[in-house]
Design a protein around this ligand. Sequence first.
Ligand code: NAD
Length: 275
Amino acid sequence: MESTQSPGAEGPPAAPPAAATPDDPPGARFLAGRTALVTGAASGIGRACAVALAEAGAAVYVVDIAADAAKEVAAEIGGTCCVTDLADPAAVDALPDDADIVVNNAGLQHIAPVHEFPPERFALIQRVMVEAPFRILRRTLPHMYAGGWGRVVNISSVHGLRASPYKSAYVVAKHALEGLSKTVALEAAPHGVTSNCINPGYVRTPLVEDQIATQAVAHGIPEADVVTRVMLERTAIKRLIEPVEVAAAALWFCSPHTGYITGASLPLDGGWTAH
Ligand code: NAD
C-alpha cells in the first residue's frame, strides 16, 4: 500500500469517446466528449464507476496503486491507466488536471480501538481519503470552471454520517470528505459544477471481505456471524449492496437532469440511517 510507483498518466486517453450508434438507447452516451478521473478504479466500487462512466461515453483516467489491475481495467474500457500512490502528495499533484468529472473513491480501512490505533495508519488513511481528494480537486476545478460544467462525486459512506466502534480513522476521514464535498458545492455552484457524496452501507467488495476476519476478532464472534450480526445489524434490507448499484448512483449525478443537486449526501444504506 505504501510503496511508491510512477505517478501520472501514461499518455493521453487512448481513444476519444465513441459517438452514439443507432443501437444505443436514446441519450445512452450522454458523457461523450467528457473526461473522468476515478481513483481506486482498479477494484470494487471504483472499477464499477469507471466502467459505467466509460459506457456512457466518457474517457476515463483509471487511477490506482494496484498497477496490474488498473492496467486491466483501463484496457477493458479504453481508458488511461495512471498508476499512482495517493498517499504520496507529489504523485497526486502529477495526475492529469483536465477531468470534467472526478470520482474520489480510493480508500482503505483499519480496525482497532482508538487506544491501540497506530498513528501512522491513521495519518495514511487521512492522506489517501482526505488530502488526495483535496489535492485532486484544487487542480481539476479550474478546468471544470473554464468549461462551465463539472461533476464531483465523492464516495463517502454511512460512516460519513454515523460512527462505528474500532474505525476511528475511517470515520474521521469520511466525515472530512463530507465537509470537503459541501465546501466545493458552495464554491463551484456559479461555475456549473456540482459536488455530492454517496453514502453506501456495506458493499460486496474486497475491502469488506478483508474486514470479516478482523471484525470477528474485534467483536469476539465467529467469522460466519460478522455479516449478519455486525454488518447487516442496522440495515433494514438484509443484504450487501453490489458495486454496480453504487456506480449507477455516481452516473446519475453526472446525468443531464441532476444539475440542481449539489452539496447532497445520498444514502445507499438499506435503511441504516433511517434509525
Ligand atoms: P476496494 O478495496 O475494492 O478498492 C479500493 C481501491 O483503492 C483499490 O483498488 C486500492 O488499490 C485503491 N487504493 C487504496 N489505497 C490506495 C492508494 N494509496 N493509492 C491509490 N489507490 C489506492 O474497496 P471498495 O470497497 O471498492 O471501496 C471504495 C470506496 O468505497 C472507499 O472509499 C470506501 O471507503 C468506500 N465504501 C466502501 C464500502 C464497502 O462496504 N465496500 C462502503 C461504503 C463506502
